[in-house]
Design a protein around this ligand. Structure first.
Ligand SMILES: NC(=O)c1ccc[n+]([C@@H]2O[C@H](COP(=O)([O-])OP(=O)(O)OC[C@H]3O[C@@H](n4cnc5c(N)ncnc54)[C@H](O)[C@@H]3O)[C@@H](O)[C@H]2O)c1
Length: 254
């Protein structure tokens, strides 16, 4: 458990997977949470789950690849929740979106959250920003994900480039905004059982291959990322700044 009493958090991609689990975890730890997603109905679904559990939540629709949307979401969150201390730039897409589509969501989407969010937190006295990178933000992908060389640029190449970009942005914003009381960190998940990986996991050989990439011998659950996001959001992580933290069952340890 991380103490998030009194914190106000904006989470993108909160309609599903890691974002939904993190919204639930942060709310259970006492935060007021703005659930944001391109699928506004799914974001509302997450807010309703938090409501049912006795937590505080609201929801809005946004496309993180649209700078104006991100800026408006930050402003709306601060107005509707009465402040903002935590931003979780988590929304992302998997393969199959081409170079431009992948970079727009997975890299520019995080950039807009930092560009407009970091100064906002700084002028409000500080806070914590968490970005979702990936093991693909630390090392290249291997195996079935990159089996077709012709798809590397638009598929795995774009994903790996975007996530390495998230790692770089995390470090730069940590350096630039640390002096202003804003901590900026990233989580680098291994393969997690969310809708993003469902198709991949449905193929027995692919599932076996990716499972074996994790020394812990299994894939991760979204809740195992959520607890780390809550920790990084909390004051318990007050000296943690600029890390890209693998939460990957040992994937990047070898
Ligand atoms: N699942 C994994 O194995 C894994 C591993 C490493 C990193 N990640 C990263 O974790 C993050 C969350 O992924 P997930 O596994 O929970 O996937 P998911 O598909 O379950 O959830 C992603 C959410 O992001 C939303 N989204 C997509 N594009 C958006 C946009 N333009 N604007 C706003 N919202 C948008 C989707 O509607 C969805 O609700 C992503 O950044 C992903 O790259 C996932």
């Amino acid at each position: 458990m991380s103490n998030l009493e009194g914190k106000k958090a904006l989470i993108t991609g909160a309609g599903s997977g890691i974002g939904r689990a993190s919204a639930l975890d942060m709310a259970a730890n006492g935060a007021s949470v703005m659930c944001a997603d391109i699928d506004a109905q799914a974001a509302e679904g997450t807010a309703a789950l938090i409501d049912d559990a006795g937590g505080k939540a609201d929801a809005l629709g946004l496309d993180v690849s649209n700078e104006a949307d991100v800026k408006a979401a930050l402003d709306n969150t601060a107005t509707r929740l009465g402040g903002l201390n935590v931003i979780f730039n988590n929304a992302g897409v998997g393969g199959g979106h081409g170079w431009d589509g992948t970079i727009a969501v997975n890299l520019s989407g995080v950039y807009y959250g930092l560009l407009h969010g970091a100064p906002m937190l700084a002028s409000a006295g500080g806070g914590s920003i968490i970005n979702t990178a990936s093991v693909a933000g630390l090392v290249g992908l291997t195996g079935p994900a990159v089996i077709d060389p012709e798809e590397i640029e638009s598929g795995a190449g774009a994903y790996v480039a975007a996530k390495h970009g998230v790692s770089g942005l995390t470090k730069q914003y940590a350096v630039s905004f640390g002096p202003h009381g804003v901590r900026v960190n990233a989580i680098a998940p291994g393969y997690i059982e969310t809708p993003m990986t469902a198709e991949f996991r449905s193929e027995e050989l692919a599932k076996e291959y990716i499972t074996n990439l994790h020394p812990i011998g299994r894939l991760g659950q979204p809740e195992e990322i959520a607890t780390v996001a809550s920790f990084l959001a909390s004051d318990a992580a007050s000296f943690v700044n600029g890390v890209v933290l693998p939460v990957d069952g040992g994937y990047t340890a070898r």
